[in-house]
Ligand binder design. Sequence first.
Ligand SMILES: O=c1ccn([C@@H]2O[C@H](COP(=O)(O)O)[C@@H](O)[C@H]2O)c(=O)[nH]1
Length: 288
Amino acid sequence: MTTPLPFAHRFSQLAEQRSPFCLGIDPSKDLLARWGLPDNAQGLRDFCERVADAAGDRVAVVKPQSAFFERHGPAGLQVLQDVMRRFKAAGTLTLLDVKRGDIGSTMDAYAESLFGEGSAYAADAATFTAYLGLGALLKTLERARASGAAAFVVVRSSNPEGTSLQTARGEDGRTVAEALADGLRAFNEKPGKDAAPVAGAVMGATLPDSDHGVIERLGGALLLTPGIGAQGAGFDDLKRLFAGREAQVIPTATRSVLEAGPDAASLRQALDRHLAPARAFRATARPS
Ligand SMILES: O=c1ccn([C@@H]2O[C@H](COP(=O)(O)O)[C@@H](O)[C@H]2O)c(=O)[nH]1
């Protein structure tokens, strides 16, 4: 069995060919209703197929939110598996937004379901939380590396409720976010400075300038940046927060694209309004 190229390399190729934009897929009760679809597994399937028709091979990454599939039980999980396969077949990277975080032995089981050929989801990447300690995620990160996948750990989330916990200081004076950033960087740099980064960070596009220090500490980690659109951030915030790190950024938005559906042309236009500025932001990384 051959290990695929690391996620970071595959992302970089697709970001150049298409756009670095990552489209979130959140088939919420509200969106299904707006699209005139029933709130059941068939509605979910129809929604995802229309999204795949509009976005299939145009984005670098898609980010299905597991919660909106899980709420339909096993039939919803079947749709999730199928939609991930459909995007994979279009050459698009799949990043499952599932935010797993538990003790190490349980994490191993989650990692088995997520990463590697023959796993339930064979995801190219997934999201994790480190409230039970970054150490509990280490074997998951190793499994991601062995499968050519990436693991995005929430360091600074896009929602305001996360701030007090993420900026709390430990005994060594570092904030929780700083300590996580240091840990992710150490993991990425252990096999050698030039190795592809496997541990990515979720860093909200809504964050204040005071988070520049955390961004610095992350070194070469890939940065998944939710918060654009419905949560009030824009592509200008990427320049404000991540200048100099453009090639590491995976800009992502969900509702600001999907709310344009179900009309196929409107959906494609909304997607274009995200693909182009994401491309332009990445292009500023290159010397003129
Ligand atoms: O810090 C985070 C991490 C993940 N999300 C997820 O993104 C979508 C919401 O995106 P919108 O563009 O605001 O529609 C949802 O799945 C969240 O779980 C986040 O918002 N913030």
